[in-house]
Ligand binder design. Structure first.
Ligand code: MIC
Ligand code: SF4
Length: 754
């Protein structure tokens, strides 16, 4: 059903020739990343070598994947592109809109009721345009993709930042905004700046409490949330070959948290085993046939420092389990140092909830290892002190782990199985008492832990770890517990120790499922109607953004100068706002409500320069818009880190913000801004951030000569009559400048289709 074998055959026929041509063009041995990238050039075999970190290159991805919260906007755009069918195999996955409250079945039924309009819309658009549709309850996009669609040597884009999960199976899989997905589905090339390469050499072999998650928790600590920007991370070495395909998926998945474009492992025996285990022995066979091209050249791995821009080495035999957090995924603590950190920083040591699963960590291996600890809790008469939840990544995994008794074991420990969906990971968690905003701690096997993300409470200290560590800590109910060294007192007053977790990479009886939740599209979709009710508060057809007026931008107001971390969760919060992802006007009411105003350290309180009064950010901007006045947003480092949601770019565009001026951008967000016809600018001198004052009126000059590599000027007119003129940088190439001029990239596609 699910995978497109003809497409894969064509890719595998192409790879050997393309790799040979690339080796000639580049003139040296190749990394795996280079092989796959060169094999997916739109223009055919490589005739030249590209400059890493500099050249914009056009690629032809093999697949597109979209999750429901971003697919709505992607497909609303695609509907305007003037095409009958998608040009490459594409799928939609209903996973983000299911709220976790009491347990899988009830929550799923409630979600189907509440989101009916959106699900119907997505199902009918998919049906019309030839897109595979995974119903609510089928699972989380990245797990479903890994089980059904990912293949070694392929290239995929997905409208979710954790799309790189498929790198665990040797695919270049990159998170993008919906406008990028729209281009590829319309048959246009997909553009990316040729990435830099970070090599991670894994030596040794893991044992005991350590798991694949600890590799990425450690890497996040080394590289930080910015360190992977503009780079693809390639893992290799004997240690890499010893990890299961799903373990590799976990590492690639959370690579999104270091800002990496994507992460990848080469094809090996573990990939073959996983393909076979998931009903794709034919792909394993085909991959074997070109195996030498599905990994980096030997010379590269023998002398990696010559071929990678940066090299990290990790010895898996020495790697300790890690716990990262709170509030940021790169604050990495080896478990032996964590208890002291909890005490020194005054983080609540009492652990309220442990949550396992999510797209990051819900493989058969993860669940079986965590269940081995739950079983010990039962056997050793330990009553789990924290609440405990399990989010399976797909119906196939859920069905199989239920069959094999693991869900029962969790039940005996007091665990609650949630729907196969994102749930608590994205604020879809009706957590009891969260509204009281009490200081508390939770630990998850998810990937992100920004403030408010899970339950909306800014005082929830969220930590990230492997499912094994989450389970052990939930049993203890205490963050300062180290399962490797410490004992616990059981119900009979005895001191007991947890043994090392044990599990299986793949089910011995094979995977099983009754209804995986897939719906194939109509052969001929031309008769399918897509209905959007004009009265709907959840869906709204898009109107085109206006083209550039052809002049410099003068007399803009400062909407907000954001201070510190400003992720996409701060710019366009998820949780309660997810319901408006298909309605641009309504969702714009969350614009920047989480960003901290540098002038008063408050959120959602900015000065309205027309009235002199303080008000909420969206309302203030709507006031400027009504008055026909443009504005700018100023931000700090790594602005827009985190998610791929293009709402964070479309909302300001829709409400009349003209430019985002920051110290630096996260990749996906910068592209999203460009696609929507916004100006994404960076300070040539980051210290100029300090020159902007709250009452400034701002001009952006140089737009009539807007050109690649040429700075623009920004003038801040201060209230006292003085002014500062600064230079700002941008990364627009010629094509992207056309998007700006046309008002958006989509406006150009529409014009070409008419
Ligand atoms: C996330 O993990 O933040 C999300 C929700 O999956 C997002 C996508 C979204 O905002 O819809 C992501 O990571 O891209
Ligand atoms: Fe869903 Fe969380 Fe994974 Fe994003 S990170 S896809 S919200 S489970």
């Amino acid at each position: 059903m699910a995978f497109d074998i003809e497409m894969i055959k064509a890719v595998y026929a192409r790879i050997p020739q393309r790799v040979a041509a690339a080796r000639k063009a580049v003139g040296r041995p190749l990394t795996l990343t280079e092989k796959i990238l060169y094999a997916h050039l739109t223009e055919g075999p490589a005739s030249q070598a590209y400059d890493r970190g500099k050249s914009y290159v056009d690629f032809q991805p093999d697949r597109v994947a979209m999750q429901d919260a971003t697919a709505q906007m992607a497909l609303l755009q695609f509907m305007q592109a003037g095409r009958d069918q998608v040009a490459v195999p594409s799928t939609v996955h209903c996973d983000h809109l299911i709220q976790a409250e009491v347990g899988a079945e009830k929550d799923l039924n409630k979600a189907k009721e509440k989101n009916r309009e959106v699900y119907d819309f997505l199902a009918s658009v998919s049906n019309k345009y030839g897109i595979g549709f995974w119903k609510p309850g089928a699972g989380i996009i990245h797990q479903v993709v890994l089980e059904n669609y990912a293949f070694p040597g392929g290239m995929m884009i997905g409208t979710d930042s954790h799309t790189p999960n498929a790198g665990g199976l040797g695919m270049i899989a990159i998170g993008v905004g919906g406008a990028d997905a729209c281009d590829v589905m319309a048959g246009l090339p997909w553009e990316l700046k040729f990435p830099k390469l970070i090599g991670v050499k894994l030596t040794g072999k893991m044992s005991g409490w350590t798991s694949a998650k600890d590799v990425i928790l450690k890497v996040a600590g080394i590289l930080t949330v910015k360190g992977g920007t503009g780079a693809i991370v390639e893992y290799f070495g004997e240690g890499a070959r010893s990890l299961s395909a799903t373990g590799k998926g976990t590492i690639c998945n959370m690579g999104a948290e270091i800002g990496a474009t994507t992460s990848i492992f080469g094809y090996d025996e573990k990939s073959a085993a996983y393909l076979q285990g998931t009903g794709r022995a034919d792909i394993a066979e085909m991959a074997k046939g070109i195996a030498e091209h599905l990994t980096g050249d030997e010379e590269v791995y023998a002398n990696p420092e010559q071929y990678f821009d940066q090299l990290i080495e990790i010895n898996l035999s020495e790697l300790e389990p890690h716990v990262n957090g709170p509030f940021t995924p790169d604050l990495a603590w080896p478990i032996s140092k964590f208890a002291a950190a909890v005490k020194e920083n005054g983080w609540p040591a009492k652990l309220d909830v442990g949550l396992i699963g999510s797209c990051t960590n819900s493989s058969y291996e993860d669940i079986s290892r965590a269940a081995s600890l739950a079983q010990q809790a039962v056997d050793k008469k330990l009553t789990a002190k924290s609440e405990y939840t399990i989010t399976p990544g797909s119906e196939q995994v859920r069905f199989t782990v239920e069959r094999d008794g693991f869900l029962d074991t969790f039940g005996q420990m007091g665990g609650v199985v949630l729907a196969n969906a994102c749930g608590p990971c994205i604020g879809q968690w009706a957590r009891h008492g969260a509204e009281k905003q009490e200081k508390n701690s939770i630990i998850t096997s998810f990937n992100r832990n920004f403030a408010k993300r899970a339950d909306g409470n800014p005082n929830t200290h969220a930590f990230v770890a492997s499912p094994e560590i989450v389970t052990a800590l939930a049993i203890a109910g205490d963050l300062t517990f180290n399962p490797i060294t410490d004992t616990l007192t059981n119900d009979e007053g005895q001191q007991v120790k947890l043994d090392e977790p044990k599990g299986l990479e793949l089910p011995t009886k094979g995977f099983a499922v009754e209804d995986a939740g897939y719906q194939a599209p109509a052969e001929d979709g031309s008769k399918v109607d897509v209905i959007v009710d004009p009265q709907s508060d959840r869906l709204q057809l898009l109107a085109s953004f206006p083209a550039w007026e052809g002049t410099d931008l003068k007399d803009l107001k400062l909407l907000i100068k954001a201070k510190g971390k400003c992720t996409t969760d701060h710019i366009s919060m998820a949780g309660p706002w997810l319901k408006y992802r298909g309605h641009l006007d309504n969702i714009s009411n969350n614009m920047l409500i989480g960003a901290v105003n540098a002038y008063n350290d408050s959120t959602n309180r900015v000065k309205n320069q027309l009235t002199g009064e303080y008000g909420e950010v969206p309302a203030t901007q709507r006031h400027y818009k009504a008055a026909g006045i443009g504005s700018i947003v100023v931000g700090d480092e790594n602005y827009g880190e985190g998610s791929s949601r293009e709402h964070a770019a479309m909302e300001p565009r829709f409400l009349g913000v003209r430019a985002i001026l920051v110290k630096s951008f996260a990749r996906i967000h910068e592209t999203n801004l460009k696609k929507q016809g916004m100006l994404a600018l960076t300070f040539a001198n980051p210290a100029d951030y300090d020159l902007i004052q709250e009452n400034d009126t701002i001009d952006i000059l140089g737009l009539t000569e807007f050109a690649p590599g040429k700075q623009l000027q920004v003038v801040f007119h201060h209230a006292d009559g003085s002014k500062d003129t600064i230079a700002v940088n941008h990364t627009y190439n010629e094509g992207q400048i056309e998007w700006f001029k046309a008002g958006s990239a989509l406006n150009l596609i529409k014009a070409a289709a008419n």
